[in-house]
Design a protein around this ligand. Structure first.
Ligand SMILES: Nc1ncnc2c1ncn2[C@@H]1O[C@H](COP(=O)(O)OP(=O)(O)OP(=O)(O)O)[C@@H](O)[C@H]1O
Length: 258
């Protein structure tokens, strides 16, 4: 197999005495959806925040195409090729869909607000905005206000905006949360398409979607990796079943096997 585009080595984050992420070593490859599962509080969001620079690690390493990126600012990591979305939808509702994409394309370029460079880059910015809208399958909605999009389309727009940095890696935190069956199916299709030329790290509680789209599944419990492997291997794992059945009693998420 080729080299991973993103690699964590013994990545660790302490909050006081709590090891929210504890010596996690994982590889992420272009062309794959790598899903991260685990009960509430397992450390999934903390792990994503360490990769995106929103949190500084207490220990361990993160490398992007061989370059160390742990501890860099979110802006720098974003410009180096790691895009992300958050659990909460993060768009400009009073602007059109196209304006949202254009703002993302403009603001995420270095020196975006330098006037001379801005003028030179303007054509590029518009072209990039059109491109990411097409990738997010929202071109037909380009002139609509973002506020009137359905919840699923707003999540698609957020992903399109994350694509404006032209990332190699996409970190997606619960992109299917709150969606109905039709919207979920559209998002699964979009994720499959984007995985053709990105490495995708997907944190998601919707098990049907995870098993429909993931190439690799990692299960975290208490900040550590319990199991990592193919969807079939994870489904068959006694340790994973036990972790989920134990956590199922508090009804905090869906069962692993229906
Ligand atoms: N900023 C923080 N300060 C202190 N503790 C934190 C902080 N952020 C997360 N934690 C704790 O770290 C642990 C892991 O939390 P995290 O949000 O990463 O879990 P998660 O797997 O994403 O959960 P969920 O599925 O509910 O989003 C939890 O015990 C949480 O309370």
């Amino acid at each position: 197999m080729s080299e991973p585009i993103l690699r964590t080595t013994e990545l660790t984050k302490h909050f006081g005495g709590l090891a929210a992420v504890n010596q996690v070593s994982l590889d992420f490859y272009a062309g794959q959806v790598h899903a991260l599962l685990g009960p509430n509080g397992a450390g999934k969001s903390t792990f994503i925040n360490l990769l995106s620079g929103d949190l500084k690690p207490s220990g361990g390493e993160v490398s992007l195409a061989g370059c160390a990126i742990e501890g860099l600012s979110p802006e720098k990591i974003s410009r180096m090729g790691v895009g992300r979305t958050y659990q909460k939808t993060n768009i400009f509702p009073a602007f059109t869909v196209f304006e949202n994409a254009r703002l993302a394309a403009q603001s995420r370029r270095p020196h975006a607000f330098h006037l001379f460079r801005h003028a030179l880059a303007c054509g590029d910015t518009l072209e990039l905005a059109e491109k990411v809208l097409a990738m997010g399958e929202l071109t037909h909605r380009r002139n609509d206000m973002a506020a009137i999009l359905s919840h699923g389309e707003q999540r698609q727009l957020e992903i399109a905006m994350a694509l404006a940095t032209e990332p190699q890696v996409l970190l997606l935190d619960e992109p299917l949360a709150g969606m109905g069956a039709t919207e979920s199916a559209a998002m699964v299709r979009l994720l499959k398409k984007l995985a053709e030329d990105h490495a995708i790290l997907l944190v998601e509680h919707d098990m049907d979607a995870v098993f429909a789209v993931a190439d690799v599944v990692t299960v975290m419990v208490n900040g550590t990796v319990l199991e990592s492997g193919s969807p079939g291997a994870i489904r068959a794992s006694a340790a994973v079943q036990e972790a989920y059945l134990g956590a199922e009693e508090d009804e905090s998420h869906e069962p692993l096997v229906a």
